[in-house]
Write a protein that binds this ligand. Structure first.
Ligand code: GTP
Ligand code: SPV
Ligand code: MN
Length: 607
């Protein structure tokens, strides 16, 4: 490391500053850095500027140490293996800290433990922090990462500063967010989101470090203080736990800001779809983790003349404009995508995106220095890659990145799609009857669990709005916020539900998915256009009539099985959903949604 500005300052108290000029930071940032350095006692401070040179310097150091290895078949691609105990988000150790418990969780009936949202009191947090953070960076460097979620200075964008002792996090944050000292010019003396992260393994290290991946799995804590706009993360280096701009800031903290300011922070992809006639629509879609957002956002249409362009693959910040339309930005700058199942056949655009300047975590490597995972090629060689192995790649490298993906004003959304992994009973696509019915349908979202979090086995779980792991506040109030967005003068997007994952009695997917999903989008856009005679009403919404779905060139589709709305299944589902909403949202369930629930159940019973 080299020291710049030697003359001006190279120490903060007793601490050397390895890089950057502390005195150029805004006063509030200085105070934040100084306070936390005093708490965590690193051996020095490094103020990141986000430059390529900086990234190269850190890469080289990590390669030397064995934490990263170049994947020789590509330009500037690296592989990293974590401690096998640190491979996914840890929902059970992720907390929202509010004075009033019911700002975080719903008022559930007596004796019912709230499952949505995980509350901790400020007093308990103090105890947890005191037992972890003092001295936790001993012997390590504290990196200061200034970053913007959304284009720097944009009206919908927000600024954060992350402190971390993980250089893997520094490199990944640089891909996933906009890391630049310019954010300080925009920030001035205003407030920012404070992100504090430590791998939780001060030196000298007392336990064995596996794969050169320092972490402290037994002591993991990810805590959010929404009123203070502050995030504390300890013990894990895995993406969703450590790249604090992503789920912690852009969803859990931002959803709180969004509620107060009247906008939305959602677990949604954003895509532009252009029809053969040249007309473009923008669609946002919320699927739970590892349920197909990245794939849909970069879909390569199998129907001729169609074009899809990607705006974002995981998170959308959306706000109504003066013209009454809902505008969305992608607050991120990169993709942190699921590797298994990603191939030239299923998602060629993702493959093209990560040919260079990307970091692969927990994938396998071939003897030729190539990445490898299940589903990369037709034949499965082995299972050496973890099911939640991931790539981090710059969005700008995506060949079909939308020219407006960095438009600070965002793109106007015409439709919102919900979906999940539903092996049974749930049709390929349904159009909801109204904004309110759409919100109800989103509240009922369920999906089979995946490897993205720590849940064991495959079980269909509730994941309302695909936000269960990312809810920043009381879920009933969140639903009310969605309902209240529907105001006179606004053009509300139509809301759909899709299911690419319905299975036959033999356990095979009934729908080919991936590029063929354009056929469903085609139907959705026809519906947006008001094309008549293509919908059939069912108790859960409108499904395509058999002829209305373009199946040209697609043999053997069992449309009846794919589209059916079985009475028995939905009768049981209605009961189960009622139980879920009444017990889990409880007294906070908005009256309008209770009415939607009653009406839908009546329709099902009348089938
Ligand atoms: P997160 O990054 O965790 O939020 O996931 P995501 O929602 O972006 O999911 P992603 O697109 O990465 O897909 C997850 C897994 O589902 C991958 O293994 C995909 O290959 C698979 N998948 C995606 N789309 C489809 C589809 O249309 N059909 C089928 N059968 N599988 C799909
Ligand atoms: C998800 O799990 O939904 C992800 C990956 O997108 S993580 O950043 O770990 O949350
Ligand atoms: Mn996600």
């Amino acid at each position: 490391f080299y020291v710049i500005n030697e003359v001006v300052v190279k120490r903060l108290g007793h601490l050397p500053i390895y890089k950057g000029d502390f005195h150029l930071l805004p006063a509030k940032v200085q105070r934040f850095v100084a306070e936390k350095a005093e708490l965590m006692r690193p051996r020095g401070i490094y103020i990141c500027d986000g430059s390529e040179h900086e990234s190269e310097e850190i890469m080289d150091k990590l390669v030397e140490r064995g934490m990263l290895a170049p994947l020789k078949a590509y330009h500037n691609n690296y592989i990293c293996r974590t401690d096998p105990k640190d491979v996914a988000r840890v929902e059970s150790k992720t907390w929202m800290v509010t004075r009033d418990k019911y700002d975080t969780v719903c008022r559930t009936p007596e004796g019912v433990e709230p499952l949505m949202g995980h509350w901790m009191s400020p007093e308990d947090l103090s105890v947890e922090l005191d037992s972890r953070f003092p001295g936790c960076m001993a012997g390590r460097i504290m990196y200061v990462i200034p970053f913007s979620m959304g284009p720097v200075g944009g009206p919908l964008s927000k600024i954060g500063v992350q402190l971390t002792d993980s250089n893997y996090v520094v490199l990944s944050m640089r891909i996933m967010t906009r890391v630049t000292l310019n954010v300080f010019d925009v920030l001035g003396n205003s407030d920012f989101t404070r992100c504090i992260h430590s791998v939780g393994l001060p030196r000298p290290v007392k336990q064995r470090v596996i794969n050169h991946w320092p972490c402290n799995p037994d002591r993991v804590l990810i805590a959010h203080r929404p009123p203070e706009r502050e995030i504390w993360s300890f013990g894990s280096g895995y993406g969703g736990n450590s790249l604090l701009g992503k789920k912690c800031f852009a969803l859990r903290i931002a959803s709180n800001i969004a509620k107060d300011e009247g906008w939305m922070a959602e677990h949604m992809l954003i895509m532009g779809v252009t029809r053969p006639c040249g007309q473009e629509h923008f669609i946002a879609a919320a699927f739970p983790s590892a349920c197909g957002k990245t794939n849909l956002a970069m879909l390569e249409p199998t129907l001729p003349g169609w074009k899809v362009r990607c705006v974002g693959d995981d998170i959308a910040w959306m706000k109504f404009g003066a013209d009454g339309r809902l505008y969305a930005i992608n607050p991120e700058a990169g993709f942190f995508g699921v590797a298994p199942g990603t191939s030239k056949k299923t998602n060629p655009m993702a493959v093209a995106t990560f040919q260079a300047n990307s970091i692969f975590t927990n994938v396998a490597e071939t003897a030729d220095g190539e990445y490898f995972w299940e589903g990369l090629e037709d034949e499965v060689k082995d299972k050496a890659a973890h099911p939640n192995s991931r790539f981090a790649a710059p969005a700008s490298q995506c060949p079909i990145i939308h020219p407006k993906w960095e438009d600070p004003q965002g793109v106007p959304i015409d439709a919102i799609i919900f979906g999940g992994r539903r092996p049974e009973g749930v049709p390929l696509v349904v159009e909801t009857n109204s904004w309110l019915h759409g919100v109800y349908t989103g509240a009922c979202l369920k999906s089979e669990t995946t490897a993205a979090a720590e849940h064991k086995g495959k079980q269909v779980m509730h994941d309302p709005m695909a936000m269960r792991p990312f809810m920043g506040y009381n879920f009933g109030k969140y639903l009310q916020h969605w309902i209240d967005l529907d105001q006179p003068g606004r053009k509300m997007p139509k809301i759909y539900h899709v299911n690419w994952f319905r299975k036959s009695a033999e356990g095979k997917f009934l729908w080919p998915g991936y590029g063929e999903n354009i056929r469903v989008i085609d139907w959705i856009i026809k519906r947006l256009d008001g094309v008549e005679g293509i919908g059939k009403e069912t108790p859960i919404g409108t499904v395509p009539t058999p002829e209305s779905l373009n199946l040209e060139g697609l043999e053997g589709t069992k449309l009846d099985e794919l589209m059916s709305v079985p009475k028995q299944y939905w009768t049981e589902d209605a009961k189960e959903v009622r139980k879920f909403l009444e017990s889990q949202v409880g007294a906070d369930l908005p009256a309008q949604l209770r009415q939607e629930m009653d009406k839908q159940e009546e329709r099902i019973n009348a089938m």
